[in-house]
Design a protein around this ligand. Sequence first.
Ligand SMILES: Nc1ncnc2c1ncn2[C@@H]1O[C@H](COP(=O)(O)OP(=O)(O)O)[C@@H](O)[C@H]1O
Ligand SMILES: [Mg+2]
Length: 264
Amino acid sequence: MRQVTEACGELGLDVGWSPDRWIASVSDGIRSTRIIGYTFGLNDASAAEAALDKVCTFGLLHAAGIPAVEHTLIEIPKDRRSRGPNLSPDVQPPLVLKPNRGSGGADVLLCRNQEELLANFAALSAKYQTLAYSPFTPFDAEYRVVVLDRKARLVFEKLRFGGSEQPWKFNLNLGGTPRVVRPASAEYGPLARLAVRASDELGIRFGAVDIVVHRNTSTVLEVNDAFSLIFFSASSDENFRIAAALYADVLSSMFTSSPGSRDR
Ligand SMILES: Nc1ncnc2c1ncn2[C@@H]1O[C@H](COP(=O)(O)OP(=O)(O)O)[C@@H](O)[C@H]1O
Ligand SMILES: [Mg+2]
């Protein structure tokens, strides 16, 4: 919120916040727009939906020849918990079961065997409308690339906390810390290019592309159209300033171009 308010000040934009500070109304005197939570309105509704739905993201990226972590929808039976997942026999643990439209690593569950798969399926199918599964892969690293209008604007690695007993999820809200990847470093270019290809394919103008690395191969795990940089910003004063500058660019994009527009 402070970053958005300060960026508006720098750009000469008026900003007003709702009492709960969830909605910002921003105006340049001629046009006005809203930021709702982490949604800045730069992505059109179908692009945002494609990103939110992990199975849809995989399907679109895979069809376009962009490496993406496989995600498959699991049908939830009408009578919910009474039956287990209807998976073909060649789908075997270890699997990761997750809400198809989730975020923050919440309810992303590792199923190491059939018993865990049944128990996790029972728990999640009682709670969510749609679930996805993905083959478990012990990723070596995970990166986030924030893309704005076809350019990588920020790249960082998510480092998991802990030594040898590391948890398997990389989400920063679960204790991970960010390491900023500088544009001059060798790892930057390939990550930036993959992220721009993925966001372009989905039609995402502003988004966070999460890329996992396994045995030196980079693959898109997910694309987020609405995401927070709270944990990134809180990790250091410098990262707070990096995120503030990024939000200033996002706000300026909101007033210099029409939402959802893209040429292909
Ligand atoms: N198939 C998988 N194999 C190994 N780890 C995974 C897999 N899917 C997700 N993870 C781990 O769990 C974390 C959360 O999963 P993700 O699909 O990004 O859900 P969310 O949208 O809730 O963040 C990822 O950052 C990754 O570290
Ligand atoms: Mg994630």
